[in-house]
Design a protein around this ligand. Structure first.
Ligand code: UD1
Length: 341
């Protein structure tokens, strides 16, 4: 019998791609999502890809009574991948209490239920945002974290701490925090992808929406950074590659291959790309010309970051495989499908 894995936030962008990879690896998946930033059609699209519609329960995990009742009905869950969270940096500055409640209380509720119902394993969705602007690049997991620039970023940092401290106190718990760099792209079928509500804040959805005619122009935030072309550098990783790392992390925990109760891995490609390089790679692979304009730097942005992926390569035996152009094309194919272009 296959192991049952709970994916919180499983209808979201990274969650849905992870559900697909888990199902394709033979896991039985149950999704919890409040659908605050996604729709139920994602479950049907997962079925179109894998042939299996995952079990689904709709509620918010910061509701303790509902969380408790859910776990009480699902004793057979063996491991949890916890994505469910609010994730808009700007919004978190406007609504810090909402972010702290939603992101931290859900973590506490899940961990308490793990203890109560004997579910040892958690993989937590963290972010390279915990590093701030590192002094040395590429950034390794041993790099000290910096004070967060936003309440959103702080919830990632504090949730890592909550998980670490809980594992320290309760040795029956085991966890892996995965620090994502910049996930982009969509499933090659174009059936699932990133669907931002309102105006996209992230670069690639803004590019694809501009190319699709939904936005007039891309604003490139700053060309006076200390980088070769002056625009800021990030490590953009294909979302399917990222999703596959979660399957490896789950296997590591279920098979007892972890080397410590709490482990942390960077998930990136190890390569940095500037905003202008992303724009020209997008133009090259799609044959389109993107309307863009250089504007002021965006407050809170860092200059450059990319991952040292040695630990994930060696310990997880995982490596990002897809190239930037293939990934940008998948983002464009997804945008075209949802806009019926
Ligand atoms: C942001 C968050 C990060 C979060 C991640 C995923 C900050 C400081 N960091 O990362 O915590 O985990 O999103 O949601 O907000 N850019 C433009 N024009 C645009 C949009 C972006 O030039 O319209 C540039 C940005 O200035 C940046 C790069 O593109 O240099 C990537 O931006 P974005 O996709 O928003 O990701 P991050 O800011 O790296």
């Amino acid at each position: 019998m296959s192991d049952k894995v709970l994916v919180t936030g499983g209808t979201g962008y990274i969650g849905s791609h992870t559900v697909v990879e888990l199902q394709e690896a033979g896991y039985e998946v149950i999704v919890v999502d409040d659908l605050s930033n996604s729709g139920p059609e994602v479950l049907e699209n997962i079925r179109k890809i894998t042939g299996i519609k995952p079990a689904f329960s709709r509620f918010n995990l910061s509701d303790q009574a509902k969380t408790e009742s859910f776990f009480n009905r699902h004793h057979d869950i063996r491991a949890i991948i916890h994505f469910a969270a609010s994730k808009a940096v700007g919004e978190s500055v406007e609504m810090p209490l909402h972010y702290y409640r939603n992101n931290l209380v859900s973590m506490l509720n899940i961990l308490e239920c793990q203890l109560k119902y004997g579910i040892p394993h958690m993989v937590f969705s963290s972010s390279c945002t915990v590093y701030g602007q590192p002094e040395r690049l590429p950034v390794t997991e041993a790099t000290p974290r910096k004070d967060a620039e936003s309440p959103y970023g702080n919830t990632k940092r504090v949730n890592e701490d909550i998980l670490r401290d809980a594992i320290q106190a309760y040795p029956q718990l085991r966890g892996i925090a995965l620090r994502y760099f910049n996930p982009i792209g969509a499933h090659p079928t174009a059936l699932i992808g990133e669907l931002p509500l309102g105006v996209p804040q992230n670069l690639v959805p803004f590019i694809t929406q501009t190319a699709a005619g939904l936005r007039d122009e891309l604003k490139v935030f700053g060309n006076d950074y200390d980088t070769p072309d002056g625009s800021a550098i990030r490590d953009y990783i294909n979302v399917v590659d990222l999703a596959k790392a979660h399957v490896v992390a789950i296997e590591r925990l279920l098979q007892g291959k972890n080397k410590a109760g709490f482990e942390i891995f960077n998930l990136g490609t190890g390569q940095g790309s500037s905003v202008l390089e992303i724009v020209s790679a997008f133009e090259k692979v799609t044959g389109l010309q993107l309307n863009y304009r250089i504007v002021e730097r965006r407050p809170g942005d860092i200059e450059k970051i990319w991952a040292d992926t040695t630990l994930a390569n060696q310990e997880l035996g995982w490596k990002a495989e897809k190239g930037l152009e293939e990934t940008l094309l998948s983002a464009w194919n997804w945008e075209k499908r949802i806009r019926e272009l």
